[in-house]
Ligand binder design. Structure first.
Ligand code: HAM
Length: 418
């Protein structure tokens, strides 16, 4: 084999595409129920956009950006959607055109990670961003929307983890609590957390290392760093979720790895995913729009990883012989026997397609038997046979593959018959 796909990328083969289409269709339907508009941003952006938005010490900026150098500029294959959508909102003055605006997007993202189950270098997000409001009901709507999307994908058994990071000042306060509490315990922390202590102490809360988690839990931080306004906001979000009977778990150590988050953050995990257990995640980013040159407005969003949704659905497993249900369901299959019939057959196919009937033929078939086998494999609804006899009589033999019935019809009657 001469060429292989790049590690951490996937070919989505036709037999799998129908599962993607179902997820995409359900997403579009449910997003429009909430009045979200689709937005499509470029896959490449200028590098500083992500440095500024995600933070220079974030894992993505530190290690995972696909960079493309071109003369004096460096472009990046987008690692996530939020920064791009906010850039688009600001650059296109959508605050003036739309005011409070709700967007959704579907598409590939790129991160230079070590590939493993559920962790790819090219993966896909289904996400949304609601820009222009600080109202806690927006947080409630978004978390409810995430739950309804999962319902639309027939996924259950997930857990919604919820926390509040507070405003920028609260995040500083949390960071200083961590600095004070951990400065004498640094030797107990893993190497990465010792670095995080200097660069961004909040990330220590997110460390998967058990000893680091124990050391942090001993500090018993809870929500002590939240100012009264942020505490009120957090309580309103929880009340809103309770009123909709949405189940969630408060996770005091959930911080998320991106700098732009403020106040509400949430993550949706699923036990079937293993080590990479987040199906999706999101939160508020009340300072980002202003930081990227836009108005001073609040915003919130989230994104699901499509490959992980499919893993949970069980449809993405390597070697699975999944068949697209839709394929061939209403297909009409023409078998032309002989050169003259083939020439006539092309015209019949053209006419059927013009009239909205999906049809196909086997250009390579040498025998009626082989062609019938192919029609069966494709699960064709009708088979049309055009041989010398049929040509002479100006008819086509139509076989109904469900009932097995077979009859001759004239070419003029064919459309009506199908
Ligand atoms: P994120 O947590 O980095 O958030 O990504 C969201 C989801 O994308 C994850 O929960 C996971 O399901 C999936 N994902 C992330 N990295 C990979 C990967 N390497 N391979 C496969 N799936 C992956 C964001 O990107 C934020 N922009 C979400 C957001 C929107 N926050 C506010 N608005």
């Amino acid at each position: 084999m001469l060429y292989r796909r790049v590690a951490g990328t996937k070919d989505i083969l036709p037999e799998e595409v129908c599962f993607w289409q179902k997820i995409e269709e359900a997403s579009r339907r449910i997003f429009s129920l909430y009045n979200y508009l689709e937005i499509r941003a470029p896959l490449i952006e200028e590098e500083p956009l992500f440095n500024r938005s995600l933070g220079p010490s974030s894992e993505i900026v530190q290690k995972q950006m696909f960079l493309m150098k071109n003369k004096d500029e460096t472009y990046v294959l987008r690692p996530e959607g939020t920064a791009s959508i906010v850039r688009a909102y600001v650059e296109n003055h959508l605050d003036k055109a739309l005011g409070f605006a709700k967007f959704y997007y579907l598409g590939p993202m790129f991160r230079l990670e070590r590939p493993q189950k559920g962790r790819l270098r090219q993966f896909h997000h289904i996400g949304c961003e609601a820009i222009g409001s600080y109202d806690p009901d927006v947080d409630v709507e978004i978390i409810s929307l995430a739950g309804n999307l999962l319902k639309g994908f027939s996924i259950s058994g997930y857990v919604i983890k919820l926390n509040s990071l507070g405003c920028a000042r609260d995040k500083k306060e949390l960071s200083s609590i961590l600095h004070k509490g951990l400065k004498d315990k640094l030797s107990k922390l893993c190497e990465d957390c010792q670095k995080r202590f200097k660069a961004n102490a909040l990330r220590i809360l997110d460390c998967k290392n058990e000893t680091c988690q124990e050391v942090v839990r001993e500090l018993d931080i809870k929500d002590s760093y939240l100012c009264p306004d942020c505490l009120k906001h957090f309580n309103q979000v929880k009340e809103g979720l309770d009123s909709l009977k949405i189940k969630y778990t408060v996770a005091p150590y959930l911080v998320r790895g991106l700098d732009y988050y403020t106040r509400t953050v949430f993550e949706i995990t699923h036990k079937d995913l293993g080590a990479q257990d987040a199906l999706g995640a999101g939160g508020r980013y009340d300072n980002l729009v202003k930081e990227l040159g836009g108005p001073d407005v609040g915003a919130m969003g989230f994104a699901f990883g499509v490959e992980r949704l499919l893993l949970v659905q069980g449809a993405c497993l390597v070697g699975r012989q999944a068949r697209c249900e839709v394929q061939g369901k209403s297909l009409t299959y023409l078998i032309s026997l002989g050169q003259e019939a083939e020439r006539e057959g092309i015209k019949i196919l053209e006419n059927l397609r013009k009239n909205g009937i999906a049809c196909d033929t086997d250009y390579e078939s040498k025998s009626l038997k082989g062609a019938m086998r192919r029609a069966n494999d494709l699960n064709a609804r009708f088979v049309l046979i055009l041989g010398e006899d049929e040509l002479k009589k100006n008819v086509v033999t139509v076989k109904d593959m469900t009932s097995g019935e077979q009859k001759e019809v004239t070419q003029q009657e064919l459309l009506k018959e199908l």
